[in-house]
Design a protein around this ligand. Structure first.
Ligand code: 3H9
Length: 692
C-alpha cells in the first residue's frame, strides 16, 4: 500500500499520509509527498490542496528510527519547500499531534485547520536534536521569536486553542479536521485567496538582550543539555540570514546534533521507556478499573488518590478516624485550589475531581471498587491486617495492591484467600506528580491482574514498569547501594556537599544527602532501624544518622536542619556543625580521613548501582536493562541525556567498570564490591547490557 495517496473532490485535492503508527515522515512518505504535490501542481482540475493524515494523528515527526542511519533523499526540508512553493493554496488538516517534522510540514502549508483536541509542538530537543526542516525560522515568523523558542526549548506541545491565539493555526474545529479543512479550502477558492507562504512573512527581532537572557535561563533550567541552546543559535541566525540561509543553517545543526552522544542517549531513552512499559507475555486486560479504593490518607495515600481523580477514575478513600479523614480531604482540596490559583486547572475540572472523591471510615464502602490500594504505615503486620480487611469487604475479583516500597509482597499475600489478586503498585512521592510507577508481580499474581495494572498505569499517565519481588524492588534497591557508598565516603574523607556536588554535576537534580534531607532523615533512620540486623558491622557502626536524628532532632528540610541547614525559604547552606560531627564520628571509629577525588566519588556512586543493576537482571527482578534505565530516569532523576545507568555503563565500557569494581573490592571490601557474574561475563566477552 502506498503511504501517500491523493483524491479529488470538486476542485480540492486531498493528499493523504497513511503511515502507521504515527505517520512519521519516513523516506517513503517524503517521496510520496513530492510525487503528490508535483501531480497536484500539474493537474488543472486541482485548484486547492488539503494535506491530511489517516488514523488518530497528524504527522508526529520525522522517523526517529532513521536517525543515525545514512540519510536518504529527499530531505524533509526539500519536501516542505515543494509544498510551500505550490501555486495553489494548501491547507493542513491537523488532528492528534503535529510534532517536530510534522509541525514543520504543517508550517510549510499555507493555512492550518486543527481539531480542538489537537496538540502542536517542537519536541526535537527532548531527543537531543533540533528542528531540522525550517521549524524555527517559520514558526518565529508566525508567532515571534520568544514563543517559537518557548516551544522549541521546552519541547512541550500547545493545545489547538493556544495555537490559534498565538497565530499558529487559522481555525480550530469541533468537527472532523479533514472535512473542516476541505470547507476551508473551498472557502478560500470562493474568496479568490491564493497561497500564503510563511517564508514571506517578516521576522521581527526580539527585544534587546533577549538572546543573552534566554541562554542564561536555559543554562539553569536545562542544565547539561546541549540541544536547547542550539535552538537559540538557530533563532538568532534566522535574523541574520535570508530565509533559505536560515533553513540551511538549521539543517546543518540538525545533522551535527543527530550524531551527538546526547542525541543517541535520548533516542535510547525514548525507545527504552516504550519497551520497559510493555512486559512480555501478558494477556490483554479484560476489564478497566472503573472505581479505585485507597486505604490510608497520608502523603502517599492522598497523592495516589489524586492520580486516580486526575485520570477521571472515582476514588473511595478509607481513613481510620474522622480527624484523619477530614485532614486528608482538606489536603486534596488545598492541592487542587493551588492548581487553580497557578492556572494549571480550571474550576470546573477541580470540581469534577472533587466530585469523584468519596471519603469513608468503613471498609464496607470498598465493595464497588475494581482495585484497592493500601498506602498505610510501612510495617508488615499493619499492612497484613489492612489487606485482610480489604479482602473481607471488597469484591472477590477486586485487585488488591500494596504501595510498599521495601516489604516482601509475597509475604504480604500469605494467608489471603485470593493471592492471585494481590499485586504491588509502588508509587513515588509526590505520587500525583512523579512519572514512575513500579508495578510488582508477586509469585502468585495472576497474569490478568498484572495486565490490568499495566493498563491502569498507562491511563494514569505513568511510566509503569513491571518488576519482581525483591527488597526495594529495582529503584530503591539500587539507591540503597548508592546511599551506603555515600555514607562510607563520609567516613573516609568526603563531606556531604562534595558528594552532592559531584552527583549534581553529573546531572542528577540533587545529591544523596540533599535527597535524604528532602525525604526526611527520620524516614532514612527508621528504614535503617528496621534493617539493622541485615547490615554489616561497618554499616551498623556508622553513627551519623543516629547522631543527627535521634540526638539532635535534625530531620531534614522540614525541621530546618539535616545534613544542611535551611532558611525559611528552604535555601540550603553548609553547616560546619555537621562537618565536625562527621569528622568526629570517623575519628572515633578509627578512620584516617583523606582527600577523596571527585572521580572516585562518581565511580563509587554509579558503579555500585550498575553492579546491583546487573544482579537485578540476573535474578529476573527486571527482565531487560531498559526497565532499569526507565526506572532511574523517571523516578530518581538520572539525566535522560545519559540514557540511564545501564546504557551509561555500556558507554563507559564494562571491562573498565569491572576493573574499577575489582579495585574498590581491594580498597573498600569485597563484601560491598563483588562483581555481579552477569557484568563479569559480559565484560569478558567484550559485550554490554545492550550489545552481545
Ligand atoms: C523530528 O521530527 C526532527 C525534525 O525536525 C527533522 C528533521 C530533518 N518515529 O508513544 P507511543 C512509535 S524529531 C518513529 O507508544 P502514544 C513508537 O516507538 C521527532 N516511531 O504512542 C511506538 O512504536 P511501537 C519529533 C515513532 O499514543 C508507536 O509509534 N517527534 C515516532 O502514547 C506508538 O508510540 C517526536 O519527538 C517517531 N517520530 O504517543 C514525537 N513517534 O508501538 C515522538 C512514535 O513499535 N512521539 N513512534 O513501540 C511521541 O511523542 C508519541 O509517540 C506520540 C504518541 C505523542 C506521537
Amino acid at each position: 500500500m502506498p503511504v501517500v495517496t491523493s483524491s479529488l473532490s470538486g476542485a480540492v485535492r486531498t493528499v493523504l499520509i497513511d503511515n502507521p503508527p504515527v505517520n512519521a515522515t519516513s523516506v517513503d512518505v517524503r517521496r510520496g509527498l513530492c510525487a503528490a504535490f508535483e501531480e497536484a501542481a500539474a493537474d488543472p482540475r486541482t485548484r486547492a490542496v488539503v494535506l491530511a493524515c489517516a488514523g488518530a494523528t497528524f504527522v508526529a515527526g520525522a522517523d526517529i528510527r532513521e536517525f543515525g542511519k545514512p540519510p536518504q533523499d529527499p530531505h524533509l526540508s526539500e519536501v516542505i519547500a515543494l509544498v510551500e512553493a505550490c501555486g495553489k493554496p494548501v491547507v493542513a488538516a491537523i488532528q492528534g499531534t503535529a510534532l517536530g517534522g510534522g509541525l514543520e510540514l504543517a508550517l510549510g502549508c499555507h493555512y492550518r485547520v486543527a481539531g480542538e483536541g489537537a496538540r502542536m509542538g517542537l519536541p526535537e530537543s527532548t531527543l537531543g536534536v533540533v528542528p531540522g526542516a525550517g521549524g524555527i525560522p517559520r514558526l518565529a515568523r508566525l508567532v515571534g521569536v520568544p514563543k517559537a523558542l518557548e516551544l522549541a526549548t521546552s519541547g512541550k506541545p500547545v493545545t489547538a486553542c493556544a495555537a490559534r491565539e498565538m497565530g499558529l493555526v487559522d481555525a480550530v474545529t469541533t468537527d472532523d479536521p479533514r472535512a473542516a479543512a476541505q470547507r476551508y479550502a473551498e472557502d478560500l477558492l470562493q474568496r479568490g485567496a491564493g497561497p500564503r507562504r510563511t517564508r514571506d512573512l517578516p521576522l521581527a527581532p526580539p527585544p534587546a538582550g533577549y538572546f543573552d537572557d534566554i541562554r542564561a535561563r536555559l543554562a539553569v533550567s536545562h542544565r547539561g543539555q546541549e540541544a536547547p541552546l542550539v535552538c537559540v543559535d538557530i533563532a538568532e541566525q534566522s535574523l541574520l540570514r535570508d530565509f533559505d540561509g536560515s533553513v540551511a543553517y538549521g539543517r546543518e545543526r540538525f545533522r551535527e546534533r543527530v550524531a551527538s552522544p546526547q542525541a543517541a542517549a535520548l533516542r535510547h531513552a525514548f525507545f527504552a521507556e516504550r519497551a520497559a512499559t510493555r512486559p512480555a507475555g501478558l494477556p490483554e486486560p479484560d476489564a478497566p478499573v472503573r472505581r479505585a479504593g485507597v486505604v490510608g490518607g497520608g502523603t502517599m495515600g492522598t497523592g495516589i488518590a489524586m492520580c486516580f481523580l486526575n485520570a477521571g477514575i472515582p476514588v473511595t478513600l478509607v481513613e481510620q478516624n474522622e480527624q484523619a479523614l477530614a485532614a486528608c480531604l482538606r489536603n486534596i482540596g488545598k492541592t487542587y485550589e493551588s492548581d487553580v490559583a497557578k492556572g494549571r486547572l480550571d474550576d470546573a475540572a477541580r470540581q469534577r475531581r472533587l466530585d469523584g472523591l468519596r471519603g469513608t471510615m468503613a471498609f464496607e464502602d470498598l465493595r464497588d471498587c475494581d482495585l484497592v490500594i493500601e498506602a498505610v504505615f510501612e510495617d508488615m503486620a499493619v499492612k497484613r491486617q489492612v489487606f485482610a480487611s480489604i479482602e473481607a469487604h471488597a469484591r472477590p475479583d477486586a485487585i488488591i495492591a500494596s504501595n510498599t516500597s521495601y516489604l516482601n509482597l509475597d509475604a504480604l499475600a500469605e494467608g489471603m484467600l485470593h493471592p492471585e489478586n494481590v499485586v504491588g503498585m509502588h508509587f513515588f512521592s509526590p505520587a500525583h506528580i512523579m512519572k514512575l510507577l513500579e508495578n510488582v508481580r508477586g509469585a502468585r499474581s495472576s497474569p490478568q491482574a498484572l495486565a490490568r495494572i499495566q493498563a491502569l498505569g498507562k491511563r494514569l499517565g505513568k511510566v509503569a514498569v513491571m518488576v519482581g519481588v525483591s527488597e526495594g524492588f529495582v529503584g530503591n534497591r539500587m539507591l540503597s547501594r548508592r546511599a551506603r557508598e555515600c555514607y562510607f565516603l563520609l567516613e573516609e574523607g568526603a563531606l556531604p556537599e562534595q558528594v552532592d556536588r559531584v552527583l549534581h554535576d553529573f546531572g542528577f537534580p540533587m545529591g544523596q544527602f540533599q535527597l535524604n534531607d528532602l525525604a526526611g532523615l527520620d524516614v532514612a533512620w527508621r528504614a535503617r532501624q528496621g534493617r539493622l540486623d541485615r547490615l554489616s558491622e561497618r554499616e551498623r557502626a556508622c553513627g551519623i544518622l543516629d547522631e543527627l536524628v535521634a540526638r539532635r532532632k535534625r530531620l531534614g528540610q522540614k525541621s530546618g536542619a539535616g545534613f544542611y541547614r535551611y532558611d525559611a525559604q528552604r535555601k540550603r547552606t553548609v553547616d560546619p556543625e555537621v562537618s565536625a560531627l562527621i569528622e568526629q564520628d570517623a575519628l572515633r571509629r578509627g578512620f584516617l580521613r583523606r582527600t577523596i577525588g571527585d572521580e572516585e566519588i562518581l565511580e563509587r556512586c554509579l558503579y555500585v548501582m550498575i553492579n546491583e543493576g546487573a544482579r537485578i537482571l540476573e535474578e529476573g527482578v527486571a527482565t531487560r536493562p531498559e526497565e532499569i534505565d526507565a526506572i532511574w530516569m523517571n523516578g530518581y532523576g538520572f539525566p535522560r541525556y545519559r540514557g540511564g545507568p545501564m546504557y551509561y555503563a555500556d558507554r563507559i565500557g564494562l571491562p573498565r567498570i569491572l576493573a574499577r569494581i575489582h579495585a574498590y573490592a581491594e580498597q573498600v571490601g569485597a563484601q560491598y564490591w563483588t562483581p555481579a557474574p552477569l557484568l563479569a561475563e559480559l565484560a569478558r566477552k567484550g559485550a554490554g547490557f545492550y550489545s552481545s
